[in-house]
Design a protein around this ligand. Structure first.
Ligand code: SAM
Length: 305
């Protein structure tokens, strides 16, 4: 049964019940109005603005990059999976359909954790209301850890803490997958600073992406060999990606909500403007590391549309 535990509580229940409802990739349509509560509409973090507009896929490279990451992690029935920041549970549902031995989602936002608890109530998933860097889970409890669109919004120190937590949770041979924002090789320091400032101003998220070699370095520092990586354009709010990620009905849902709510429309239009302005310098990237011999990574891997 899914459960929410309070911050700092320790769990990794070994009991595995059967999955009685694998669920759909997309969360129900009735969620999300409480996400970002306490933040004024003009200052609300961009991902909660998108969630309130009915967008369910909140990671920069979309479902295609997610599928690549899941395939590279090779999740099977013997795996014990931990997800950092499951958000609306889109990837959680994809993973639960692979029937892993255990799944725990570590989510910092109370409203998202409560939503997930409800959504996944009939599966064996455990939802922990806690920050990823201090999950409270037992050491070496997992064979797979992953997180999407969480690290880019953390400081360098926080990124290091979250990587260290993933490393602590993983058993030898374990895999860690990330799906984040990535500066392209030609993004100068001043462009990087400009992008960070624009994200703070328009999206209200203190975003600090890294380049591909900088992401790879975090894996190496934590004794993980990067075994797969791929990039995708930052097309989160482009019509083609929106339709591929949300489907026809989901695309209508977002368009309808934007049409009837000028505040949402203004915020989302401003976000798309920022993404378009910097699309030559900002990509989505996914990497999977495995605890094994350290090795370097040079350049970019496959490119996903
Ligand atoms: C952009 S959303 C991404 C949600 C989901 N992973 C996805 O890709 O659709 C960011 C999520 O990260 C969560 N989050 C941010 N910092 C966190 C932390 N330190 N620990 C756990 N969750 C965190 C937020 O609450 C939110 O659910």
């Amino acid at each position: 049964m899914a459960m929410v535990v309070k911050w700092g509580n320790s769990l990794m229940d070994n009991t595995v019940e059967s999955v009685t409802r694998a669920g759909n990739e997309h969360a129900s349509n009735t969620c999300c109005h409480s996400f970002g509560d306490g933040q004024s509409p003009e200052k609300m973090q961009g991902h909660w603005v998108l969630a309130r507009a009915g967008k369910r896929v909140l990671r920069p490279g979309g479902l295609e990059l997610t599928r690549g990451m899941l395939a590279a992690m090779e999740i099977g029935p013997e795996d014990r999976v931990v997800e950092f920041a499951p958000g609306l549970g889109v990837t959680a549902r994809m993973v639960l359909r692979k029937h892993p031995a255990a799944y725990s989602g570590i989510e910092r936002e109370q409203a998202a954790a409560a939503h997930l608890q409800k959504e996944l109530a009939s599966s064996f998933a455990q939802i922990v209301h806690a920050p990823a860097e201090a999950s409270g889970l037992a050491s070496a409890c997992a064979t797979v850890v992953y997180g999407e669109a969480i690290l880019s919004m953390q400081t360098m120190e926080q990124k290091a803490r979250i990587f260290a937590e993933a490393r602590r949770l993983l058993r030898p041979g374990g895999r860690y997958g990330i799906h984040e924002l990535c500066f392209t090789p030609d993004a100068s320091d001043s462009t990087r600073r400009e992008i960070q400032a624009e994200f703070s101003k328009e999206i209200h998220v203190g975003v600090q992406p890294l380049s591909s070699p900088e992401w790879a370095e975090l894996f190496e520092k934590n004794e993980m060999e990067v075994i797969w990586n791929a990039t995708a354009p930052m097309h989160l709010l482009e019509p083609g990606r929106l339709l591929r990620d949300e489907g026809l009905w989901g695309g209508f849902r977002v368009a309808f909500n934007m049409a009837r709510n000028p505040q949402l429309r203004r915020r989302i239009t401003a976000m798309r403007r920022v993404f378009r302005r910097y699309q030559a310098h900002l990509w989505a990237i996914s990497m999977v590391g495995r605890i094994a011999k350290p090795a370097g990574l040079s350049g970019f891997g496959e490119q996903i549309a």
